[in-house]
Design a binder for this molecule. Structure first.
Ligand code: SF4
Length: 260
């Protein structure tokens, strides 16, 4: 790779707007980095990132020109991965977006709280998306195929704490539900984890892309809907801040998101 370049996959206006922080309701540009430090068993990133042609090289100047074009469609950007905080230029990307009045959703596995802290302190984050990979440190590490539980557990909760204490940052915690592993009790455990953070949105993603995964799949859509509905009935403090993505359509079509 050339000096001072980084690989990104940019998909204009790809995501639907999921949170009220993107008040204009316009679509959200996908700005994906080409590396990840996890290899989650429900994720196809590892397969996709082998195709480097999907992740062309950019310089900051080229990225800035791209941002100008994207801004004519929407000013909403989701900085994702892989793991976006691995990109040594992630703050520069966010600064460029901010310079032109863009809104920033940083979607991260939470393993690198120092960078998240720096970005929050510099005012480079409007929405912080975090993902918890399991309900115990070992389960999270197994799912992420890593050995150091600090990365997927301690650091994740440190990032959650940072985001939830920050003014003007909306935090979402995502949990991917897989068949055979996700139950009513799983939701109660998530509810317990988030009890100290009354402003954090709980986002349940039913596992999708099963055609590319090795025997891992999501739950029946009506079954998981009923589970989340029962959870909010048991834990009314989660009413108004719980959402369910039943399948991939929810990422790109707001009407497919179930809100409770
Ligand atoms: S951290 Fe995210 S991008 Fe990386 S493997 Fe896990 S789900 Fe995929």
């Amino acid at each position: 790779m050339s000096e001072n370049t980084f690989r990104l996959r940019i998909l204009p206006a790809y995501f639907t707007s999921t949170v009220e922080e993107f008040k204009d309701e316009k679509p959200v540009h996908f700005v994906g980095y080409a590396k990840c430090n996890f290899n989650c068993d429900f994720c196809i990133f590892g397969q996709r990132s082998k195709h480097l042609e999907l992740y062309p090289e950019y310089t900051l100047e080229q990225f800035e020109k791209k941002v100008w074009k994207l801004l004519t469609v929407s000013k909403n950007f989701k900085i994702v991965g892989g793991e976006p905080t691995l990109n040594p230029y992630v703050k520069d990307l966010a600064r460029i977006i901010r310079l032109y009045g863009g809104k920033i959703y940083l979607d991260t596995n939470g393993s690198r709280p120092r960078i998240i802290k720096e970005m929050i302190e510099e005012g480079l984050v409007d929405v912080l998306g975090l993902s918890l990979k399991g309900l115990t440190p070992q389960q999270a590490a197994d799912t992420a195929s890593i050995t150091n539980t600090k990365l997927c557990w301690d650091n994740l909760f440190e990032s959650l704490e940072l985001g939830s204490k920050a003014e003007n940052v909306r935090v979402l915690l995502t949990y991917v539900a897989c068949e055979g592993q996700f139950t009513d009790e799983s939701l109660d455990t998530l509810g317990d984890f988030l009890a100290p953070y009354p402003d954090v949105i709980l986002k349940i993603n039913n596992c999708y892309n099963e055609e590319y995964l090795d025997g891992i799949k999501g739950l029946d859509k009506s079954e998981i809907y009923d589970m989340v509905k029962r959870f909010v009935e048991r834990r009314p403090e989660y009413k108004g801040r719980t959402m369910l993505f039943k399948d991939h359509d929810s990422c790109v079509d707001k009407t497919q998101i179930a809100r409770f």
